[in-house]
Design a protein around this ligand. Structure first.
Ligand SMILES: [Zn+2]
Ligand SMILES: [Zn+2]
Length: 414
C-alpha cells in the first residue's frame, strides 16, 4: 500500500494530539480520551469495544483470513504541572490515588502514542484491499500504574477478537524527531514496588523489655536487604533494591507497634527478578522471626512491571523494515532503558512474539547539539519532565508510518 493518504490525514491528527495534550487524564480516569478515540475508530469502520479494563478501548477490523495483529498505545497522563510554555500546554487537574486534587500533564507522551495509533488505524482501514487478516487496535489505560494491560487481559481482551499472532507497540523518547531506536532482547527493566508492614508490640519508651520494637526490626531489614545485590546476585548480572520509604513511630518515648517500608526493585532478567523478590521475602520473614514479632509481616505488591523483551527474529524483520522506510541513518540501536512498561503483558499472555520500539520526538538540532556537547542529560528534557515538549513534525507522521508499515509486514497479502 502507499502512505499517500497520510498527508491528508495529518491536520486531523494534529488536532487530535493538541486536544489530548490540552485535556490529559490520570490512569483509569481516561473517560474523555477514550470517548474521542472510540469515536474515531467507529468513523474509520472498526467494531468498537469500550470499557475494557476500566477505560480501555478496543477496535477490531476483520478483513478476511490471516494473522491477528495487535497494535497497542497507552493513553494515561501523569500528576504533574506542565511547564513547557506551549500554546497548547495543559492546565488540567485531576484526582490522584489518595483523593488529592493534582495538576495533570501528558509528560510521558501517551497523547502522541494515542494519536499515532488512531492515525495508523485509520490508514489501515482505508487500505483494506492491500492486506488480509484481523487488526486489533488497543488503547490501554493505566500504564503509569503498571496495571492497565493486566486489567484489559482480565477483562477478556482476547475473547473479543481472538488471540493475536504478534503484538507491536512504540514509545516516544527524547531522541531526534522521527528516528527509531530498537533492539532485540531486553529493552526495558522490570520494576517491582513492595509495601512491607512489620508487626511489633508497642509500649513505653522506658520499658523496651515489654515490647517487640519494630524500629530495630526495620533497621535490620534495611541493612540485610543491601546484601541481596552485593552477596546474592552474580557480578555479571544487575539489580537495584532501594528502600524508598520507612515509617516508624510518633514520639521518642513511645515504642511503636509497626513499621512500614516501601521497596523498589529494578531488574533486567526474569530469573534475577524472581531471585531478588524471593530474597526480600525470606529476609523480611527471617528478621521478623528473629525479633520475636507477634505476627508475621505483610508483604504486598504496590506496582509491578515485567521486563520488556523483544522477540529476536521479529525485531530483526522490523529493524530492516524501518531502515527501508525511515532511512538507515535514522534507525539506531536503542540503549537498555531503566524505565519500565507493562506492554509485554500482552505478548506474554498470548504466548506470541512482541516488539516494542522507541521513536524520537524532539527537535533534531537541539538533541544532536546537546549530544555533541556532552550535555544531553542536562539540556534535553526527558519523559516525565514538566518540560517534555515533543515537536509535532515530523514526529506525528513518522510514528504513524512505523506502525502502519509494521502492521502490514505481519498481515497477509490479499
Ligand atoms: Zn511514563
Ligand atoms: Zn510511557
Amino acid at each position: 500500500m502507499t502512505l499517500a493518504p497520510l498527508e491528508g490525514l495529518l491536520p486531523s491528527l494534529r488536532e487530535l494530539y493538541i486536544d489530548l495534550h490540552r485535556n490529559p487524564e490520570l490512569s483509569f480516569a481516561e473517560h474523555r480520551t477514550a470517548a474521542e478515540l472510540a469515536r474515531r475508530l467507529g468513523d474509520a469502520g472498526y467494531e468498537v469495544h469500550t470499557g475494557i479494563g476500566g477505560t480501555g478501548v478496543v477496535g477490531v477490523l476483520r478483513n478476511g483470513t490471516g494473522p491477528v495483529v495487535l497494535l497497542r498505545a497507552d493513553i494515561d497522563a501523569l500528576p504533574l504541572q506542565e511547564k513547557t510554555g506551549l500554546e497548547y500546554a495543559s492546565r488540567a487537574r485531576g484526582t490522584d490515588v489518595d483523593g488529592k486534587d493534582v495538576p495533570v500533564m501528558h509528560a510521558c507522551g501517551h497523547d502522541m502514542h494515542a494519536t499515532w495509533l488512531s492515525g495508523a488505524a485509520d490508514l489501515l482501514a482505508r487500505a483494506r484491499e492491500s492486506w488480509q487478516g484481523t487488526l486489533l487496535v488497543v488503547f490501554q489505560p493505566g500504564e503509569e500504574r503498571g496495571s492497565g494491560a493486566e486489567a484489559m487481559l482480565r477483562d477478556g481482551l482476547f475473547d473479543i477478537a481472538g488471540t493475536p499472532s504478534v503484538v507491536l507497540g512504540q514509545h516516544i523518547v527524547p531522541g531526534p524527531a522521527g528516528w527509531v531506536l530498537i533492539r532485540p532482547g531486553v529493552i526495558m527493566a522490570a520494576t517491582d514496588s513492595l509495601r512491607i508492614v512489620l508487626h511489633g508490640r508497642g509500649g513505653h519508651g522506658s520499658r523496651p523489655e515489654t515490647t517487640v520494637d519494630p524500629a530495630v526490626m526495620a533497621a535490620s531489614v534495611v541493612m540485610r536487604l543491601q546484601t541481596i545485590v552485593s552477596r546474592e546476585i552474580s557480578a555479571t548480572e544487575s539489580a537495584v533494591v532501594t528502600v524508598g520509604q520507612l515509617h516508624v513511630g510518633t514520639a521518642s518515648n513511645i515504642i511503636a507497634d509497626e513499621a512500614v517500608l516501601e521497596v523498589n526493585v529494578r531488574s533486567f532478567d526474569e530469573q534475577v527478578r524472581a531471585k531478588v523478590l524471593a530474597a526480600i521475602d525470606r529476609i523480611v520473614r527471617g528478621e521478623a522471626a528473629a525479633a520475636g514479632a507477634p505476627k508475621p509481616p505483610e508483604i504486598t505488591s504496590i506496582a509491578s512491571f515485567p521486563v520488556t523483551t523483544n522477540d529476536d527474529a521479529t525485531t530483526e524483520t522490523l529493524t530492516a523494515l524501518f531502515r527501508k522506510v525511515r532511512g538507515p541513518e535514522r534507525v539506531i540501536e536503542a540503549p537498555l532503558v531503566t524505565g519500565s512498561e507493562d506492554f509485554s503483558e500482552f505478548g506474554r499472555a498470548a504466548g506470541v512474539p512482541s516488539v516494542f520500539w522507541l521513536v524520537g520526538g524532539l527537535d533534531q538540532d537541539q538533541v544532536l547539539t546537546a549530544i555533541a556537547g556532552g550535555r544531553f542529560d542536562e539540556d534535553v528534557p526527558s519523559n516525565h519532565s514538566p518540560l517534555f515538549a515533543p515537536v509535532l513534525e515530523p514526529t506525528l507522521g513518522a510514528g504513524v508510518e512505523t506502525l502502519v508499515m509494521a502492521a502490514l509486514e505481519f498481515l497477509a497479502a490479499p
